[in-house]
Design a protein around this ligand. Sequence first.
Ligand SMILES: C[S@@+](CC[C@H](N)C(=O)[O-])C[C@H]1O[C@@H](n2cnc3c(N)ncnc32)[C@H](O)[C@@H]1O
Length: 245
Amino acid sequence: MKPHVSDEYERSAEFVDVMLAAPWTVLAPTLAEALRGAPGPVVDVGAGGGHGTRVIARTLPAAEIHAVEPSPGLRAVLLARVNDDPGLRDRVTVLPGGLLQATLPPRLGTLVAMNVIGHFDPGGRRTIWRLLAERLLPGGRAVLNLQPPAEPVAVPQTRFSELRIGRRRYEGWGRAEPSGPDQITWHMTYRAFQDGEPAEEVEVEYAWWLLGPDRLKAELAGHGLHATPTGPTERGLWCITGSPG
Ligand SMILES: C[S@@+](CC[C@H](N)C(=O)[O-])C[C@H]1O[C@@H](n2cnc3c(N)ncnc32)[C@H](O)[C@@H]1O
C-alpha cells in the first residue's frame, strides 16, 4: 500500500521539472561541492524529477541513493530519468510517499533536501531533525537550501522561468502572500504559448513554511545538530552535522 500524501504538484508536474532545469545548472556545482566526500547511503528528499539525484550520483559515484518523491507526476519523470541511465538504475531506489512515511535504511550517510524544506511544518521539521540526530552515521551530513523570504511578506508576481520546446514557449510565474505567522501561500501560474498564441494556463497554490538561518540553527541545537552555510550566500545552502563544522 502506498502511503497517502496530498499531491500539491498534481497539475503542475508537467511544467515543474523542465522549469527546474535552468536553476539546477546554477545549483549543481554548489551542491556537488557541499557533498564532496560525503558517505552513503543518501536520501534525496522530495527528489522531484531527479535533477538533484543526478548531481548526487555524479558526485558520490559509489553511494546508494534513496530518492523519495510523493507526487506521482514528478515521480514518473524521476523513474524514467533513473531508468534511462544505467549509472543511476543500479543504485537509485525511487520511493513513493512523503519522507516521514518512507522506509529508509536504519543508518544514513547523507540526506539532501533541495527546494523542499518549506513543505514541512514545524512538527515535520522536528521529526527530520530527530531522524538526523538518531540515524546519521559518524561523518554524515545533511545538505538543504533555505529559500527566501524568511519572514511572512508578500512576494509580487514574478516570472521565474521561460523556455521554448518545439513550437511552444512556456512561462512560469509566481507570487506569494502571508498566510500565517510563519507561512506564506505561493500562487503559481504556468502558461504555454503556441506560435505566439496563448494555448494553455494552469494555476496552482501551495503553502510554504518559512525557515530562516536563525530559526534553523535554534531548532537544530535542540537536537545536538549544527548548521554551517556552504557555497555562495545567494544559493542559501546549509550543511548540517552532528558536531560543529
Ligand atoms: C520544488 S520541488 C523540488 C524538487 C527537487 N528537489 C528539485 O529541486 O528539483 C519540491 C518537491 O518536494 C516534494 N515534497 C512535498 N512534500 C514532501 C514530503 N512530505 N516528503 C518528501 N517530498 C515532499 C514535492 O512532491 C516536490 O517534488
